[in-house]
Design a protein around this ligand. Sequence first.
Ligand code: MG
Ligand code: MG
Length: 258
Amino acid sequence: MIYTKNSAEIELMREAGKLLHEVLEQLRLMIKPGVTTLEIDQTAEKLIRGAGAIPSFKGYEGFPSSICASVDSEVVHGFPQDVPLKEGQIVSIDCGVILNGWQSDSAFTSPVGNVSDDLKKLIRVTEECFWRGASQAKAGNRLGDIGWAVQQHAEKHGYGVIRDYCGHGIGREMHEDPGVPNYGKPGRGTRLSAGMTIAIEPMIALGTWKVFITDNDWTAVTRDNRPCSHYEHTVLITEGEPEILSLPGARVGGHLHE
Ligand code: MG
Ligand code: MG
């Protein structure tokens, strides 16, 4: 069941998205060699609760933390650890908030200090994949248009598109219908309509898209152990350009190049 949001509900989701953006920008500033992902998690929880919101991940189906922190070949659902980040790694930080009953979900991947050009490019292309997908997220298009736009851009660069995880509807619940795959065929799948709110979240691997789950039963890691990048925003479908709720003021057109 897809829940289309009315204007009052959308306004509340804007507020949740704005808060999440502010939290993630604070977390981004913390990322450097020597910091632990546990410290980043503790800061996230403090900032979220301090703003009168709830960290949606904490306790979600037993997840232990307020952020997912996935390092290098970890794809998603990495547990924050009391282990210092090291120069040359990449780390994705995924976080969600509930503010006044409404959810927002967003993730980014950051270099730790100086990283190789290959990793810089992986992060950049993953963000480009998001913007390519978001450019198709408008009323009248279909889910396959989003997935196709993400997939063709990633594969053009020789990267693997993670299949086992995808984006999702979001609103009062973190995960609502529909699922939003990062692959697909143009013109196929559920038709998008104004007022739908979805998380678009490409997970793009330097090598294979195949993953395994570690023995914590949560964390997904690439089978070839090569790095993976993740980028996500909560997006409102409109008749025109989508509104990026977790990146207030962003314009899709301003992020499209090549
Ligand atoms: Mg997320
Ligand atoms: Mg998500």
